[in-house]
Design a protein around this ligand. Sequence first.
Ligand code: ADP
Length: 165
Amino acid sequence: MNKKRIGVYPGSFDPITNGHLDIIKRATKLFDEVIVLIAYNSLKTNNRFSVKEREEMVKDAIKNLKNVRCESYDGLTINFAKMNNAKFLIRGLRVVSDFDYEWSLAASNEFIDHDIEMVFLMAKKENTFISSSNIIELSSMGVDVSKLVPKKVNEYLIKKNKNSD
Ligand code: ADP
């Protein structure tokens, strides 16, 4: 039996931010292995970046971390977790409104699979205002967000803004 404690950190990561990265780094101290999962639904196409682009940005951001890798999956996160012998789902909490959403997500996950444990990490104070959508909005209005996102993401954002000029 696989005794490794594997945690899956699922999300859209559209794009990954320093808030996400902080959760990933802290999770690597709690688990033997962390899988950052770009969870997507191929029927929904309103994403800002393609799965391939998001994966490239995540992989670059985690390249110096040891026990973490990135995967993408079209379907139920719980199924991905099962296939990878992961018993823990990691999520980040910023503000009270996150709690509402995470509460119903946790309840749905428990309904699907009793054995899966959700692990919530509180966002660092300085990261509570960072969200992928906030980053996109600020950057599209010319605000320098380089201190809020990994390097590769900033490069992508600059390219994206140039192309939409
Ligand atoms: P989703 O669409 O599944 O909410 P996100 O990529 O927006 O995907 O977020 C993935 C997880 O990371 C969620 O649990 C979210 O609350 C958490 N998260 C997002 N931004 C931050 C942040 N700045 N600090 C800590 N956790 C965060």
